[in-house]
Write a protein that binds this ligand. Structure first.
Ligand code: NAD
Ligand code: LMR
Length: 332
């Protein structure tokens, strides 16, 4: 079923009017993410897709008086949801329960993400694709392999959303430092699970934390997702903070597409940084431009401890990435 919820549309210049599709829009992340994207004035066409329930979410958020048309789609509307999209955000898939790792989600989420990537290649081959579904370290390579097989892969337009790690780092550092989290800018690099998450505290003002405090802080940032999974006690993982992270990242991608300058966010991308060591995807700061990624930034100066953490992250990432690549080879 396809429900189009008409709202009044206003004329706007091509450089600030974008279609964004959310795949998995009826989920714990999808609903608040759709709400936040409705508040983004660059989004003029918001397409909400899910296996079920997206027309209801669309009807609900469409009453918010911002300058966008909102449409809700069930499975038969996937082509229409995607066609013309500039940005596709994918939070479709199952979340963790206590005791699970993100990798435990692979068996279910790999095929969900693969199939949505196929549809993205068919119906929106030029869109920027932002992957939220876990395990991100493997789902991003899955999307890349599918797009390659379809001849539509643009490495500048595929992103693993790691922004939640950045949000957590700001928050947790501020709690230790007694500072305002709004002013705490922490670069987080690597990937999005456990030890692959590497916050570069030495590049903040908090270089001189004692070792115990520093290690506890790094551990909390690396395993922050577990805090929410445990607190929700079987009812899922982070949804509201993730929606804020996803809206911030998609907003940055849109700012880049619109030609705004100095739009920089960390993201898990097809990266030249460690390709010679076999790490094809890595999260670091990237500058976002009119064609997607315009610059993948180097990590900058690292402490000895951070060098060690990055090395450990790379070892795990190689395996996580290969798992995604192998999945598509074996299950095209
Ligand atoms: P949820 O179960 O609340 O929602 C998932 C939604 O996806 C559901 O509405 C479901 O119907 C939909 N869905 C499933 N298969 C689909 C398909 N083939 N096409 C379209 N929609 C489909 O889960 P959630 O809490 O919203 O989490 C979603 C995913 O995001 C999980 O994999 C979770 O681990 C991940 N996540 C990632 C981050 C991150 O930082 N990248 C943070 C939090 C959660
Ligand atoms: C998170 O970091 O909160 C997400 O990746 C969800 C999870 O499973 O922890």
């Amino acid at each position: 079923m396809f429900t189009k919820v008409a709202t009044r549309s206003f004329s706007s210049s091509a450089s600030s009017a974008y279609k964004v599709a959310v795949l998995g829009a009826n989920g714990g992340i999808g609903q608040p993410l759709s709400l936040l994207l409705k508040l983004n004035h660059k989004v003029t066409d918001l397409a909400l897709y899910d296996l079920r329930g997206a027309p209801g979410v669309a009807a609900d958020v469409s009453h918010i008086p911002t300058n966008s048309t909102v449409s809700g789609y069930d499975p038969e509307g996937l082509e229409q949801a995607l066609t013309g999209s500039d940005v596709i955000v994918i939070p479709a898939g199952v979340p963790r329960k206590p005791g699970m790792t993100r990798d435990d989600l692979f068996n279910t989420n790999a095929s969900i993400v693969r199939d949505l990537a196929k549809a993205a290649a068919d119906y929106a081959p030029n869109a920027a694709v932002c992957v939220i579904s876990n395990p991100v370290n493997s789902t991003v390579p899955i999307v890349a392999e599918v797009l390659k097989s379809k001849g539509t892969y643009n490495p500048k337009k595929l992103f693993g959303v790691t922004t939640l790690d950045v949000l957590r780092a700001s928050r947790f550092v501020s709690e230790v430092a007694g500072s305002n989290p709004v002013h705490e800018k922490v670069t987080v690099v690597g990937g999005h699970s456990g030890i692959t998450i590497v916050p570069l505290l030495s590049q903040t003002e908090h270089k001189s934390l004692d070792q115990e405090t520093r290690d506890a802080l790094i551990h909390r940032i690396q395993f922050g997702g577990d805090e929410v999974v445990q607190a929700k006690n079987g009812a899922g993982s982070a949804t509201l903070s993730m929606a804020q992270a996803g809206a911030r990242f998609a907003g940055a991608v849109l700012d880049g597409l619109a030609g705004e300058k100095d739009i920089v966010e960390p993201s898990f991308v097809d990266s030249p940084l460690f390709k010679d060591e076999g790490v094809d995807f890595f999260s670091s700061k990237v500058t976002l431009g009119q064609d997607g990624v315009s610059t993948v930034h180097q990590l900058g100066e690292l402490s000895d401890h951070e060098e060690k953490l990055v090395k450990e992250a790379k070892d795990t990432l190689i395996k996580n990435i290969q798992k995604g690549v192998d999945f598509v080879k074996q299950n095209p």
